[in-house]
Design a protein around this ligand. Sequence first.
Ligand code: HEC
Ligand code: HEC
Length: 260
Amino acid sequence: MKRVSGGQGAEARLQQQATRFFAHTLLAASLATLTALTPAQPTTSAAPQTTPTVHNTMAQRMQACVMCHGQQGRATNTGYFPRIAGKPEGYLFHQLQNFRDGRRRNRAMSHLTQHLSDDYLRDIARYFAGLDLPYPPAQAHGLSPQQQRTAEQLVFQGAPERDIPACTACHGRSMAGRLPAMPGLLTLPADYLIGQLGAWRTGLRAATAPDCMADIAKRLTPEEISVVARWLSAQSLPTGTTPEAASTQPLPVDCGGGHR
Ligand code: HEC
Ligand code: HEC
């Protein structure tokens, strides 16, 4: 890119413009595919046998999601975009509703969902929940032995003295999620995980009440959030791992979103 004189301020502005341009282009492209998002209209008259098949499958309509969430929603463990493939249907459905109804904030996601009905959001959620795709391989977490202990303690034991249950108590013994609506957390990008826990702390993300994750996120220190996110992001899961079956045991703390 051509350098413009004017010192640091000008460079920062250029950087900002480039970021904004990138965001707009992505958004415009995804909105252009929105027409393709609308469910197929029922045909009013019987089409003659010779009509070529119109390819309007869910997979094709969901191409609007691929540029951010990766082919078939599989994403990777770097960057910011979360994997959506294979997460429980109930969880994905709640998140699409949350973006549409303002409990979660992201420009692209709000635009994409704002005119969609619950029925259609449910169809989208079911489609992505049904995809069984390989997870990215485990990677080095780069944590010190002390930080690794902190992360593993939180994940497997929690911090009972501060009313923080083990993450596994809700997210599943292997952290692959649990039906009907508990998400798996492994292989999500660390920046995404840190962003979500931070958003719960500041009120930018909310789940239906009682919002157990808001309470848990507020009890974690920023250092704990950083190490647990890096640990979770670096783990992998064998191909074919699906969320755990629903448990008959109550959750250690009541969660609005987790049950339905
Ligand atoms: C322009 C990029 C972009 C496009 C296109 C896009 N998303 Fe997203 N999506 C995001 C980002 C960024 C987030 C995380 C936002 C946040 O920080 O809360 C997200 C979050 C989500 C989540 C929540 C995931 C979780 O684990 O909580 C779901 C579900 C989702 N998107 C579904 C979709 C579907 C379905 C489509 C296509 C109809 C789509 N997205 C298209 C960028 C995009
Ligand atoms: C009492 C049950 C419970 C415990 C314990 C729990 N979680 Fe959660 N967590 C939930 C529920 C329910 C959701 C889904 C909330 C929603 O619908 O938005 C969730 C969602 C999340 C998400 C968002 C995932 C995404 O894809 O956006 C993160 C990150 C998370 N939890 C981290 C943790 C960590 C780290 C721990 C352990 C320190 C933990 N959770 C312990 C219930 C729990």
